[in-house]
Design a protein around this ligand. Structure first.
Ligand code: HEM
Length: 412
């Protein structure tokens, strides 16, 4: 079997829409977590599940998350670290995003304790390893075992009680005791409501919800690390910029899109050819061949983004045909369902946003809030990239914050 590598922007965009290319990025991860989840399905089965799940990604619901839920979560998570005057960005990002992601997936907090947040934090870090198992350097078996154990813990402590609550709510709906809009609005509820048609095994249902928890939090936290890094570097190199960014969340969103472009959280998509076919770059793939669809390289295509495509430049002119974040959220049948949540409203080229119903996205919202809180690099603690996986990800990023008002400039 041969391998083919698509790198040009136009080839990558086209390859993602070819129906005879089947998902193969998660061949390792599906053995432990992703079997039969949306991202690994193909054809009609994929289409039917996607159409169903798309129902919760409606605009009003995304706005509710960005404007009502996220600010409260941010304040709650910022309060203790602001008092200490410092935070570690990766952990901070996870602590905010896990609570958003479980709400979307349909997982209820059971105890609302610090221990429970710590458990969820550990769980998302372990589930995250399923997405990168194929790129792991070294023996994957201990990692597989760790993921299986966490999945069993997730099922017992979170998934089963959440299923029970939703089944009871659906029962009350059938009995006319509650109205439609009193049902929880999340993936698990949608799946339970349609379980007769879907015929999903209990294990598949559990995996799907765990996958949404993972997809909702993990990628956004990676992206937050890159964005904050670029923001701080840009502010250091451009005096006066910080005040502009603090005053204008839309400007932070533009920086976020440029950062998404340079650092797609999945640097490549991978597919397998189902039949002999001519690929967009003109090469011929035989059935069973692997096709690497290089999102990272495509986003650095100088023919599309200019001679400085590999540089961070949020002020670059953009062609009308592309999104400012490039192909980072994929395209075609598997295009990211959570893009509007993570990146906000995104228009192609340089169209100005319509002020009335524009969304900034969770990643830019969190970064903006950190800038306003005075976030800056800690001169005594260097940030560190994750060396265990091949993709570029911040593993540890210490920040200092401005002292809270009324403390006489001294963090607690
Ligand atoms: C910065 C944040 C994010 C990035 C960069 C990102 C990127 C991607 C990419 C590249 C894919 C396509 C994978 C492929 O073609 O093989 C994808 C799929 C997906 N994403 Fe995201 N994602 C992000 C955030 C989210 C969020 C917040 C959610 C959920 C709330 C989410 C849910 C999904 C789902 C469900 C799929 C599978 C869609 C399908 O297979 O039909 N993502 N994402």
């Amino acid at each position: 079997m041969s391998s083919h590598h698509m790198r040009r922007y136009a080839d990558v965009e086209k390859a993602l829409t070819l129906p005879d290319l089947i998902q193969s990025l998660y061949d390792e991860g599906r053995k432990v977590l992703m079997e039969q989840t949306l991202v690994t399905l193909h054809g009609e089965e994929h289409r039917a599940r996607r159409l169903l799940e798309m129902r919760i990604f409606k605009r009003d619901f995304l706005r509710y998350y960005e404007e009502q839920v996220l600010p409260g979560l941010l304040s709650e998570t910022l309060a203790p670290v602001a008092a200490a005057g410092r935070l570690e960005l990766v952990e901070f990002g996870y602590r905010v995003m896990i609570h958003l992601a479980i709400a979307f997936a349909g997982i209820d907090r059971q105890r609302f304790s610090d221990q429970e947040s710590d458990d969820l934090l550990h769980m998302i870090r372990v589930f995250g390893k399923a997405a990168t198992l194929g790129q792991l350097k070294g023996d994957p078996e201990p990692v597989r075992q760790e993921i299986r154990e966490q999945l069993a813990f997730f099922e017992r402590e979170f998934f089963l009680p959440s299923v029970q609550r939703r089944r009871a709510a659906l029962e009350r709906l059938r009995a006319g005791e509650i109205a439609e809009d009193e049902l929880p609005r999340d993936i698990l509820t949608i799946l339970l409501r349609n379980e007769d048609d879907l015929e999903l095994a209990a294990e598949v249902l559990r995996n799907e919800v765990a996958f949404f928890f993972l997809a909702g939090a993990h990628t956004s936290v990676h992206s937050l690390g890159h964005l904050v890094h670029h923001l701080l570097e840009w502010c250091e190199a451009h005096p006066g910029e910080r005040a502009l960014l603090e005053a204008d969340p839309l400007r932070v969103q533009r920086f976020a899109h440029e950062s998404f472009r340079l650092h797609p959280s999945s640097p490549v998509a991978r597919r397998r050819a189902l039949a002999t076919m001519v690929l967009p770059d003109g090469s011929t793939a035989a059935a069973g061949d692997t096709v690497i669809i290089d999102l990272r390289q495509a986003n650095r295509d100088t023919e599309v983004f200019g001679a400085d495509a590999a540089e961070f430049n949020p002020l670059r002119p953009l062609p009308a045909s592309v999104f400012p974040h490039g192909i980072t959220f994929g395209s075609g049948a598997h295009a990211c369902l959570g893009k509007a949540l993570a990146a906000g409203t995104v228009l192609r080229g340089e169209q100005p946003p319509a002020a009335d119903n524009h969304q900034i996205g969770t990643v830019a919202t969190i970064a903006h809030r950190l800038l306003v809180a005075g976030a800056r690099r800690d001169p005594e603690r260097e940030p560190r990239l994750d060396r265990k996986i091949e993709r570029e990800t911040w593993e540890h990023y210490p920040l200092l914050l401005a002292p809270p008002p009324g403390t006489g400039g001294v963090p607690a």
